[in-house]
Write a protein that binds this ligand. Sequence first.
Ligand code: HEM
Length: 227
Amino acid sequence: MEERVNRPGRSPLVRVVDRLDERFRVRALWKSIAEHEVPAHVNWMYCLGGITFFLFGVQAITGIIMAFYYKPHPELAYQSVQFIVYKLPLGWLIRTMHRWAANGMVLMVILHMLRVFFTGSYKKPRQLNWVVGVFLFVITFAFAITGFLLPWDQQAYWGTSELLKVVQGTPLIGPVLAGILRGGAMVGAVTLRRFFALHVWALPASIIILLGIHFVVVRRQGISGPL
Ligand code: HEM
């Protein structure tokens, strides 16, 4: 291996790959992914999880770009979104992609879950991935709900106020949960800050960890067999 890494005349990129290969065996990993055989029964419905993941990628990239300009403060939030849409070059495109991909991700995660359910793929030995999936499902909706408030316009404000009343009505945990999320008697500055922190820190961190588990388990167990 040392010999290959130090061989003269190799491009810098190949040398970087060689170094990575030496440490993490990236070539072998890539080979095992690229040459992995897809069973004959796997059809387009088995792509729904992958599409959900692709849309999550779109959300992450467009979300990070918007986070450079968004200001989670009641007096600045609305203007900062207006800035992104009307002043920032291609800002309108970034924001529109974020909105469409958000809706798409919610739709795709529902369809993916239905595929898993109707093909019985939640059964032994895949119970763990079903449970992880339920958390992923809740997190996807939490992303949508927390993101909905951030533009801080009339729809966001009153929609969230009503939604928190629904949360409050949940038996046992409702009043405490709604109180924590709202952070006061009414939706206000604290609510906005909390929703922002959830949307850009807590939820992304949780989804990345859970997706890691989800994919490792799928890879170890292989995709479920035909019906
Ligand atoms: C962010 C959300 C999610 C992403 C990105 C995701 C991604 C994936 C991918 C790429 C696969 C392999 C290919 C496929 O079956 O489509 C998969 C499999 C699986 N997912 Fe998800 N998933 C998500 C949410 C869920 C949910 C909500 C559930 C169920 C509650 C779930 C349960 C499963 C199970 C049981 C498998 C194994 C299926 C099999 O072996 O046939 N996932 N997921």
